[in-house]
Design a binder for this molecule. Structure first.
Ligand code: ADP
Ligand code: 5GP
Length: 210
């Protein structure tokens, strides 16, 4: 049955497991579209333009904002990040869900712009020690970058109560199950299923024929 596309926002302090959970969710349902953000931060080894991010100069990024092409944008860790609007609108029109890996500032802006179609989920680490271990184990960042991310974590976590759902990512399998459960329930909401009224009308017609 036809339904409206959802905007799924995942936020967490860096290292809590957003990208890992996002990847698992998209393996489970490949129709979910990942919102590839534009950013002014340099690419990390292994990152590809157009896959993890659109890597853009400051000027190009500012021009996209000026032209109204961003659904939201914010400064995070001294770089600019933003979600291009057009792919989101296309996915919604097709009844496909879009997944955003964005910070609390972006989450607030998307919620303001697209309220009813948004479901927001905040991911917490089981402890701060474990958060730091995960950042180190990921092995992508220097000590100073890890220190900067840890320093920002407390501020990011302070926004937990602005989200619809909060997951504690202790065991990955458990967190994945919880994430899928949230999504399945949100997709079932009456107001997200415009086809329901026609279905019930057909049931009533069946009553009338008996
Ligand atoms: P984020 O996208 O939030 O910055 P990542 O998904 O990159 O975080 O996860 C950070 C690191 O922690 C990765 O190496 C990932 O494999 C690991 N990780 C994620 N979830 C768990 C978990 N539940 N238990 C142990 N390690 C995890
Ligand atoms: P990273 O540089 O580690 O990929 O991302 C740093 C932070 O920026 C993460 O918290 C991530 O969620 C956030 N982020 C990534 N893309 C966007 C975006 O388009 N908008 C906003 N507001 N935040 C983003």
């Amino acid at each position: 049955m036809q339904r409206k596309g959802l905007l799924i926002i995942l936020s967490s302090p860096s290292g809590a497991g957003k990208s890992t959970l996002a990847r698992r969710l998209m393996l489970w349902d490949p129709s979910i579209r990942f919102s590839v953000s534009a950013t002014t931060r340099p690419a990390r080894p292994g990152e590809e333009d157009g896959r993890e991010y659109f890597f853009r100069s400051h000027d190009d990024f500012a021009a996209m904002v000026d032209r109204g092409e961003m659904l939201e944008h914010a400064e995070v860790f001294g770089h600019f990040y933003g979600s291009p609007r057009a792919p989101v609108e296309t996915a919604m029109a097709e009844g496909r869900d879009t997944l955003f890996d964005i910070d609390w500032q972006g989450g607030q802006q998307v919620k303001q712009a697209m309220g009813q179609d948004v479901v927001s989920i905040f991911i917490l680490p089981p402890s701060i020690d474990e958060l730091e271990r995960r950042l180190r184990r990921r092995g992508q960042d220097s000590d100073s970058v890890i220190a900067a991310r840890m320093a920002k974590s407390e501020a990011e976590i302070s926004h937990w109560a602005e989200y619809d759902y909060v997951l504690i990512n202790d065991g990955l399998d458990q967190a994945e199950t919880e994430l899928k459960t949230i999504l399945m329930a949100e997709r079932m909401r009456r107001d997200r299923r415009p086809g329901l009224s026609g279905f019930v009308r057909a049931l009533n017609e069946e009553f009338a024929r008996r």
